[in-house]
Design a protein around this ligand. Structure first.
Ligand SMILES: NC(=O)c1ccc[n+]([C@@H]2O[C@H](COP(=O)([O-])OP(=O)(O)OC[C@H]3O[C@@H](n4cnc5c(N)ncnc54)[C@H](OP(=O)(O)O)[C@@H]3O)[C@@H](O)[C@H]2O)c1
Length: 251
């Protein structure tokens, strides 16, 4: 069992899915946890269920991130674990993706992630662990995910640069690239339920392990990266995808 006793963690997007499961895992492993999200009701419900604290903040809103950093400084003290997880998924062919969709994806998944890191840096303890929740879409070239995939590729690039820049403070920065994971994200994408079902069935056939991952499996990996057991891992990207990233032509 990963031991995070005495550590303080922030999980962005902690009211559902992977963020929720990770907040639960970090808390059960002994960390004091704060979760963020946009939906106040969902955040309150999650924080009550998990016994963790909560802060309403939109990751794409830099003023909200400033407020989060200031709250962390005064109410939490030095942060040991920063899990930048909040993100959105939206699928459309290149010809159809609107500027509004483009901006929403990039503003939350990349720009917001960057400024979350930047603004929380002064509050991070030397030796802290930062984990960016990316995606194998950064590499797969999957149709209809041009901007989503690019937002995650940018996040992976940021992970590598931040790992070098922050190494003098002993801060480790890693990225986790999940394959498809059963969460609410697809339902929020605006696709009709039948299209999601069709997409999920087709996708499942392409996964060597023939199933979606679950949020708890990603949470366990994040907890490990957050722990001192992962003390020599930085600048890494770890796929957790049931083998999806293996080229199916060769398997
Ligand atoms: N599920 C997958 O198959 C999969 C695969 C690879 C990568 N990922 C990545 O995993 C991360 C978590 O997604 P999930 O699958 O767990 O989906 P989810 O259940 O929809 O959770 C997303 C979380 O992010 C929060 N969020 C979204 N936009 C936000 C914003 N602007 N500011 C603050 N919080 C925001 C949501 O809360 P509010 O709605 O209250 O804002 C929610 O807590 C995302 O970065 C996603 O890209 C998911």
């Amino acid at each position: 069992m990963t031991d995070l006793t005495g550590k303080t963690a922030i999980v962005t997007g902690g009211n559902s899915g992977i963020g929720y499961a990770t907040a639960k895992k970090l808390s059960e492993s002994g960390a004091k946890v704060l979760i963020t999200g946009r939906r106040e009701d969902a955040l309150e419900k999650a924080s009550n269920e998990l016994g963790v604290s909560a802060f309403v903040a939109d990751q794409s809103d830099l003023a909200a991130t400033d407020r989060l950093a200031s709250y962390a400084r005064t109410e939490l003290g030095p942060i040991d674990i920063l899990f930048i997880n909040a993100g959105v998924f939206s699928a459309a062919p290149i010809e159809q993706l609107s500027e509004t969709q483009f901006d929403a994806i990039m503003d939350i998944n990349f720009k917001g992630a960057f400024f979350t890191l930047q603004k929380l840096l002064p509050v991070l303890r030397d030796g802290a662990s930062v984990i960016n929740l990316s995606s194998i879409n950064a590499y797969t070239g999957m149709p209809n995910t041009a901007v989503y995939g690019a937002s995650k590729a940018a996040l992976n690039s940021l992970t590598r640069t931040a790992a070098s820049e922050l190494a003098p403070r002993g801060i480790r920065v890693n990225a986790v690239n999940p394959g498809p994971v059963q969460t609410e994200i697809f339902g929020k994408s605006g696709l009709p339920p039948e299209a999601i079902q069709e997409f999920a069935s087709a996708l499942q056939q392409r996964i060597p392990l023939k199933r979606f991952g679950n949020a708890e499996e990603v949470a366990s990996l994040v907890a490990f990266l957050a722990s001192d057991e992962a003390g020599f891992i930085t600048g890494a990207e770890i796929n957790i995808d049931g083998g999806t990233n293996v080229n199916p032509i060769l398997s």
